[in-house]
Design a protein around this ligand. Structure first.
Ligand code: SF4
Ligand code: SF4
Length: 298
């Protein structure tokens, strides 16, 4: 295979990905060992590495550089910002991700991706073999979702700073979707999950040519609201919540069905006067059950 020229373009990076690209040039990780040479002019390159979020000022130069590349040209989007605008997605100067401006052949995920992942991406695009690297000690990588434990409560979605987690309700089903192309491995989801259903593992996010495949999801069944039938609260979430309440106050066990019914109410029915009165009456019964119970029994 003849040597290929690689041109790197920073379209608005914090420099994290830039540093990792420079590391990837080191002999140890060796883009150079792959018969790929970094060049300083796009006209001499047929591979483009894009790092950073496409900022308003860099959209034009990005297209110009792409047009100057030699044929056959390939583009690798390196890092979460180049893939999905990452933490900068709502910034005033951040435009759309790279693939909205030029065609992208491969996405290398990570914030920032490791030099090994970048080397792997270059090798994969060139169709040559590359050494497999294990993640180093203490490496914090992709969030893994345990669908058995997940109740679909949505705490992770609210905590995620890059909108990498989406909850979608359809009929009586809720899907919790993790999108790795938006993930920055911050671990907020792991921290807030009440069920320990998500944890960051030492695996690198998978790189590849198709962003749609960089997803992992769990599907939960929604319980119908006992008052109007609307599907809004996941059945597993209700069970987990009620179990926790009864664990903390054993005398509530005889009111399990009533507590489950109250917890399953949809947001609209919860606020209705009759239901509020019902909830107050239930609280009174629960309080009495505590008073009746012998001290120390819970
Ligand atoms: S149980 Fe955990 S992973 Fe599932 S939706 Fe709630 S916070 Fe997210
Ligand atoms: S680690 Fe979790 S919270 Fe953080 S960006 Fe990734 S999916 Fe979102």
């Amino acid at each position: 295979m003849s040597e290929i020229g690689v041109y790197r373009l920073n379209v608005g990076s914090c420099n994290g990905c830039d540093i990792e690209v420079v590391c990837a040039l080191a002999e140890r990780f060796g883009i150079g060992n792959l018969k790929a040479r970094i060049v300083d002019e796009p006209e001499k390159a047929n591979m483009l590495l894009v790092v950073g979020v496409v900022s308003a000022k860099m959209a034009g130069p990005l297209k110009e550089v792409y047009n100057k590349l030699r044929e056959p040209k390939t583009v690798i989007a390196v890092g979460t910002c180049a893939l999905s605008s990452g933490i900068f997605q709502k910034s005033y100067s951040a435009l759309e991700p790279t693939d909205k401006f030029i065609p992208v052949n491969l996405y290398v995920l990570g914030c920032p991706p490791s030099p090994q992942a970048i080397g792997e991406g270059v090798a994969r695009t060139m169709g040559v073999k590359y050494r497999r690297w294990l993640a180093p000690k203490g490496f914090r990588g992709q969030p893994e979702l345990d669908s058995e434990k997940c109740t679909g409560c949505g705490a992770c979605e609210k905590a995620c700073p890059t909108s990498a987690i989406e909850l979608a309700d359809e009929g009586n089903k809720r899907t919790v979707k993790f999108m790795y192309d938006k993930c920055i491995s911050c671990a907020s989801c792991e921290e807030v999950c009440p069920e320990d259903a998500v944890r960051l593992v030492k695996k690198r996010h998978p790189s590849g040519p198709d962003r749609a495949l960089m997803r992992v999801s769990a599907v939960e069944e929604l319980a119908g609201c006992p008052f109007c039938g609307t599907f809004e609260v996941p059945a597993k979430q209700i069970r987990a919540l009620v179990n926790r309440i009864i664990e903390a106050a054993k005398p509530y066990e005889s009111f399990r069905k009533d507590i489950e019914r109250a917890a399953a109410a949809c947001s609209r029915c919860r606020g209705k006067t009759a239901n509020l009165e019902g909830a107050k009456a239930l609280l009174l019964k629960l309080e009495k059950s505590i008073i009746r119970a012998a001290p120390g029994s819970f």
